[in-house]
Design a protein around this ligand. Structure first.
Ligand SMILES: *Cc1c(COP(=O)(O)O)cnc(C)c1O
Length: 388
């Protein structure tokens, strides 16, 4: 490995030189089926030509002006995302963690308008919200915290999918400003809460005048078969963060806000040099065009049902499998014991996946996969599980 790069990742020793849809091609010309999409990013597959054309054209017209001036592509993207989401306005950043930082800042500002001295945000066990100081504090994973103390104050942790523990806090703590959760925990092992969880959170936030902040960095952008995962639940959050799939590989993050949450920031409260620049917004607008043209939300929903159904049938009664979970193309197969070698064994079969929460095989394939590619994912994984 290269010693000039900090060793923050345990990398597989392969270099991809090119991509084609759901496939990545290495230096030797070997083809790998990408069932992870660069961690849920390349939703439209590799080398999507509409995104490439938009980037090429924009790079020749204008890359960057800063947010000191109006950016028509940013305004257009904001209007489209507002209409898709039911939210009122948004702030553009460059990553998921930055989008989450923005939501945390808005929630704290809300607390200060109520004269709270210690605005507190309720977060969940096994959550993942990023690697900056505030978002790593919000993350519910000891490994992410270790060595980086002191953590940021103002967070209270509760078990995921547990409304009662939040009700207890409501009765005892008068500094709470928000509940901040993922609608499906991604890094936490594709944990899908009860169908009425978000509704329950919405009710408790309404009763206490708290913001409901939904982290859709991974679950958003059509991944679960709705544009945003909270849209399965018939609620509207106060703040939504998203990033990964929005730029198809071009860095972009966004924090969407509604109602009171939409009117807190004033000039000088927050900013980003690169956020929402013409290049990243050209990419995201092209992504939304392609989503519409290919009816990607419905395609992700139906391919997800197909994959889940095939996994359930193929692995029925297999005692190595604890649970198969999925919504749209966000799927996890939890084994009964840790499977750290599964990523490498799949790689040897030219299939790219990863393992999260020690024993969960995570699949985030590109949303454009076809049935043949889906079959190949199922056949390879089931074979690997049966050999283990
Ligand atoms: C990946 C992820 C983040 C962090 O996004 P970055 O772009 O890596 O900063 C935050 N929240 C969730 C749910 C994620 O999956």
């Amino acid at each position: 490995m290269n010693h000039a790069v900090m060793p923050t990742y345990g990398r597989t020793d392969v270099q991809f030189v090119r991509g084609e849809g759901a496939w990545l091609i290495d230096e030797q010309g070997e083809r790998y089926l990408d069932a992870l999409s660069g961690l849920g990013v390349v939703a439209l597959g590799h080398a999507n030509s509409a995104v490439a054309d938009a980037l090429s054209a924009q790079s020749q017209a204008l890359l960057h002006t800063s947010n000191l001036y109006r950016i028509p592509l940013q305004e257009r993207l904001a209007e489209r995302l507002a209409s898709i989401s039911g939210m009122d306005n948004m702030f553009f950043a460059n990553s998921g963690a930055e989008a989450c930082e923005c939501a945390i800042k808005i929630a704290r500002l809300y607390g200060h308008t109520k004269q709270y001295t210690e605005p507190t945000i309720i977060v969940a066990e096994s959550a993942f919200h990023g690697r900056t100081m505030a978002t790593l504090t919000a993350t519910g994973n000891r490994k992410v915290h270790a060595g980086f103390e002191p953590l940021v104050p103002g967070f209270l942790r509760v078990p995921y999918n547990d409304i009662n523990s939040i009700e207890k806090i409501a009765a005892n703590n008068n500094q709470v400003v928000a509940v901040f959760v993922e609608p499906i925990q991604g890094e936490g092992g594709i944990q899908i809460p009860d169908p009425d969880y978000l509704k329950g959170l919405r009710a408790i936030c309404d009763a206490n005048d708290w913001f409901l902040i939904i982290d859709e960095v991974q679950s958003g952008n059509a991944r679960t078969g709705k544009y945003f995962c909270y849209q399965h639940s018939d609620i509207l959050p106060d703040l939504v963060t998203t990033a990964k799939g929005l730029g198809n590989g071009v860095p972009i993050g966004v924090c969407l806000a509604r109602g009171k949450a939409a009117s807190l920031f004033q000039p000088g409260n927050h900013g980003s040099t690169f956020g929402g620049n013409p290049l990243s917004c050209a990419a995201a607008n092209a992504v939304l065009d392609e989503f519409e043209r290919l009816d990607i939300v419905n395609h992700a929903a139906s391919m997800g049902t197909y994959l889940l159904d095939r996994f359930n049938k193929a692995l029925l009664g297999d005692n190595r499998v604890k649970e198969i979970r999925g919504k749209g193309l966000m799927l996890g197969i939890e084994l009964t014991s840790p499977c750290p070698d599964m990523t490498q064994r799949a790689f040897d079969q030219k299939l790219l996946i990863n393992v999260t929460a020690d024993s969960v095989i995570r699949l985030l394939p590109p949303l454009i996969i076809n049935q043949e590619e889906a079959d190949r994912i199922v056949d390879t994984i089931c074979e690997l599980i049966k050999q283990s």
